[in-house]
Design a protein around this ligand. Sequence first.
Ligand SMILES: Cc1cc2nc3c(=O)[nH]c(=O)nc-3n(C[C@H](O)[C@H](O)[C@H](O)COP(=O)(O)OP(=O)(O)OC[C@H]3O[C@@H](n4cnc5c(N)ncnc54)[C@H](O)[C@@H]3O)c2cc1C
Length: 306
Amino acid sequence: MTDILIIGSGPAGLTAAIYALRAEKSVMILEKGAFGGQVTFSPKIENFPGSVSISGNEFADALVSQVIEAGGDFAVAEVTGLQKTEKGFLVHTTDTDYQARAVIIASGARHRPLGLPREEDLCGNGVSYCAVCDGAFYKNQKVAVVGGGNSALQETLLLSELCEKVTVIQNLPEFTGEEKLLNQCRQKDNVELIPGYTVRELLGSDALTGIRIKAVDSADEQVIDCAGLFVAIGLQPQNEAFAELAEVDAMGYLVTDDSCRTGTPGLFAAGDCRQKKIRQITTACADGTVAALEALAYLRQTEDDA
Ligand SMILES: Cc1cc2nc3c(=O)[nH]c(=O)nc-3n(C[C@H](O)[C@H](O)[C@H](O)COP(=O)(O)OP(=O)(O)OC[C@H]3O[C@@H](n4cnc5c(N)ncnc54)[C@H](O)[C@@H]3O)c2cc1C
C-alpha cells in the first residue's frame, strides 16, 4: 500500500512527488511514456522562472533525478482503470495492480492529430508531432509546420536551424503565439508564415512529398512541396481510464475545484489533464504543489478518523 500514487511523470506529477516525499510519505509514480512528460518534446524552455534557457530534456532529467534522490519509486506502466476500495484505491495497469491511500492524476495531454486521410499511415514517413524528436530526419529539406501557437513557433525556430525552408500554416488570420517568438520567426530568411489557410490533403504515396492548403475565406488552393509536416495544433487529454471516478468535461479534461480535488475523496488531478485555462510548466508545477498538499491533508484526516 503506497501512501500517494501519482499517474504521470510530467512537471505536475513530479512536483507533487517532491512535496509528498518531503513529508516522508511513500510515493509511486507510474509512467506509460517518457519520464518527464511533454517537456521532453520542447526544444527550449525560456519561460521557467530562475532558468534563462534549458532544453526540455535537460529540464526533465533534472526533475526526475530530484525525485529519485528524494526516494520516489517509478514504474513503467499505463494505468487502465481506477477503483475505490475501503482503504483507498486499486490502480489497474497494463503490468500489475497497485494499492494506494490517495491518488494524484497528472496524465497531461497529447498532440492533437489533423484528422486527415492517411495521416496515421504517413506518421514516421513525413508526418510528425515533435520537431525535437524528428527534426534531424529532415536536415536540408523543405518542411511545413501546422499551427500558430507557442509550440508551433518553437518548433518552427528549431526546424529553421536544420531545414532548407519552413512554411508555417495557421488557420486563423493571426498567429497566436508570443510576440517575441513570432518576431524571431519573421526574422528568419528561410521561414514563410501563411496565416488564414488550412491543410486539406497530404500528398505522396509511401512518403510525404507535399501538402495541399486552402484559404479559409476564399477558394484559393496551393501546393507546398515538403518532405516533412510537423503538426502542432494543440492537445487532447488522455483521461478515459479515470472517467468512472472523476468527472470529465466536454473536451475530456478532469473537473476539479481550486484545490485540485475531484469529486471522489482522496483522488486529485493536477496539470494539463485538468480543466483550466493556462497549460504551461509553471501552472503544472503549481497544480502539483496544491494536489500534493491537499493529498497530505486528506491522509492526515483519514488517520484522525481511524
Ligand atoms: C513542443 C512543446 C513545447 C513546449 N514548450 C513549453 C515551454 O517552453 N514552456 C512551458 O511552460 N510549457 C511548454 N510546453 C507545455 C508543457 O510541456 C506542459 O504544459 C507540461 O508538460 C504539462 O505538464 P503535466 O505534468 O501536466 O503533463 P505532461 O507533461 O503531459 O505529463 C503527463 C505524463 O503522464 C503520462 N500518462 C498519461 N496517461 C497515463 C496513464 N494512463 N498511465 C501512465 N502514464 C500516463 C504521459 O505519458 C506523460 O508523460 C510545451 C509543450 C510541447 C508539446
